[in-house]
Design a protein around this ligand. Structure first.
Ligand code: GLU
Length: 476
């Protein structure tokens, strides 16, 4: 059975790149009838942020990526938090030491830094000079007994290269001489990521590892560990980097990278999921809109590209507007409510609210924009939004139009928006006004904007009395 995992480090918010990694692991697991594991990799206690685990879980839940095993969903391969599995890593490190694949290193960080500086000065590849690699086991034991602090390092071959197949990148070759004898147990007794990830992927029966490209260069060390332990390694797939439109690496400095930020910006989860799915993957044709169920159907790891994927926020906004158009009105109403409340609108009339949402949904790309678009329905003081709008209501022809319209509506009560429109058309004929000079000034009088929802809809929402009041304000 296929088993995938998402293995974030709880160092802060969930990054959009992390969301993509989680999604691809989820899609592969769901497509193949397998399981997705969530594993929290908190072996770097200095970088651990307390609320991060809950936040990651919340954001995955928000995005609709549900995992099968993990924190809160304990199963037989748990616990799923690495700091609760320390004994297991210690045992495995011990096993490597005994087999001669790992060794104790007593070098101080000052010495390591000094060696590094010398190497840089001599134009050599900077790295650990393996000074402790040949300390005999007896000497090492003596040092430990006398209280010396130590780390444990794995031995890397001194020459040659690692050749492996990556499901995204094909055959990858990495020479060993660019890699250090990696620390696998730190001086605080915690394992490093490299040991913990291999031990856990093995013990959690992970069959496919899908993760970011930044881990590609560490993969030879992981394969070596599998070999040292005599284990079958899983399949590997490294996802392409995420880039800004100028092709620099997407980073915190270049804009929003937290899933939470996109949620706060009023991006719908299905839009964000759809958007990140296309960062490095496509179905082989030019379709762009996919529900998560369709993604499960279409996804295949073979169609993931190795070229960096450009994160184009404009495209995300476009997708969001498409999902807003499709969203059932009840749900969309619930989603925009907080923004309308924040704007101070009285939205107690739920019937009216749904009507407003229905007509503004085609005009918003993110949820907070609803407040501005709904202003006409909830604020009685309407002012033209710009000079062009002001000009439209102040023209002589418009004043005439408003005064005739006001007069006719007073004489002849109308009952709905369609009747209102018919009246406007009738008056337009009489005054020889049409198009821009007819409907736009009325829309400005009613909403402050020249463009927007159709007049009949506006009238139905505002009610005839309010329409009369707004028109009266601009007649001569
Ligand atoms: N804990 C690593 C991270 O947060 C996961 C790398 C992996 O998936 O192996 O990036």
């Amino acid at each position: 059975m296929i088993r995938t995992r998402f293995a974030p480090s709880p160092t802060g918010f969930l990054h959009v790149g992390g969301l993509r990694t989680a999604l691809f692991n989820y899609l592969l697991a769901r497509k193949e009838g397998g399981k997705l594991v969530l594993r929290i990799e908190d072996t770097d206690q200095k970088r651990r942020v307390d609320e991060a685990v809950q936040q990651i879980i919340d954001m995955l839940h928000w995005a609709g990526i549900d995992y099968d095993e993990g924190p809160g969903k304990e199963d037989k391969y748990g616990p799923y938090i690495q700091s609760e599995r320390l004994e297991l890593y210690k045992q495995h490190a011990q096993q490597l030491i005994e087999a001669g694949h790992a060794y104790y290193c007593f070098c101080s960080s000052e010495r390591i830094e000094r060696v590094r500086q010398e190497q840089i000065a001599n134009k050599q590849h900077p790295g650990y000079d393996r000074a402790c690699r040949n300390i005999s086991p007896d000497d090492a034991r003596e040092n430990i007994e006398s209280g010396d602090t130590y780390v444990v390092r794995m031995k890397l071959p001194l020459e040659g290269e690692r050749v492996f197949t990556d499901l995204v990148r094909g055959v990858v070759r990495i020479p060993y001489n660019v890699l250090d004898d990696q620390v696998i147990i730190k001086s605080d007794g915690y394992p490093t990521y490299h040991l913990a990830v291999v031990v856990d992927d093995h013990h959690m029966h992970v069959s496919h590892i899908i993760r970011g490209e930044e881990w590609l260069s560490s993969t030879p060390k992981h394969f070596l560990l599998y070999e040292y332990f005599g284990w079958e390694p899983p399949q590997m797939a490294h996802l392409p980097l995420l880039l800004n439109p100028d092709r620099s690496k997407l980073s915190k400095r270049s804009g929003h990278v937290a899933v939470e930020d996109y949620k706060a910006m009023g991006i719908l989860p299905e839009a964000l999921v759809n958007f990140v799915a296309l960062l490095g993957w496509n179905p082989g044709d030019d379709r762009e809109l996919f529900t998560i169920e369709e993604l499960v159907e279409e996804f295949s790891i073979e169609k993931v590209n190795k070229a960096g994927a450009v994160f184009d926020i404009e495209k995300l906004k476009w997708m969001n507007s498409e999902y807003i158009k499709k969203c059932p009105v009840g749900r969309l109403t619930d989603l925009v409510k907080p923004y309308l409340q924040d704007a101070g609108y009285d939205i107690s009339d739920s019937n009216k609210l749904e009507k407003v949402v229905e007509i503004i949904r085609t005009r918003i790309t993110t949820l907070p924009e609803a407040a501005e678009q709904a202003q006409f329905a909830y604020q009685s003081e309407i002012a033209p939004e710009d000079d062009e709008a002001k000009e439209l209501v102040s023209m002589e022809s418009s004043k005439k139009l408003f005064s005739v319209l006001h007069e006719r509506l007073t004489e002849n009560a109308i009952v709905n928006g369609d009747e209102f429109k018919a009246k406007v058309q009738e008056i337009g004929k009489e005054l020889a006004l049409k198009g821009k000079l007819l409907f736009m000034p009325i829309r400005v009088a009613l909403t402050g904007r020249a463009k927007g929802p159709d007049l009949p809809h506006l009238v139905d929402i505002l009610g005839v009395d309010e329409v009369m009041k707004r028109i009266a304000k601009w007649k001569e």
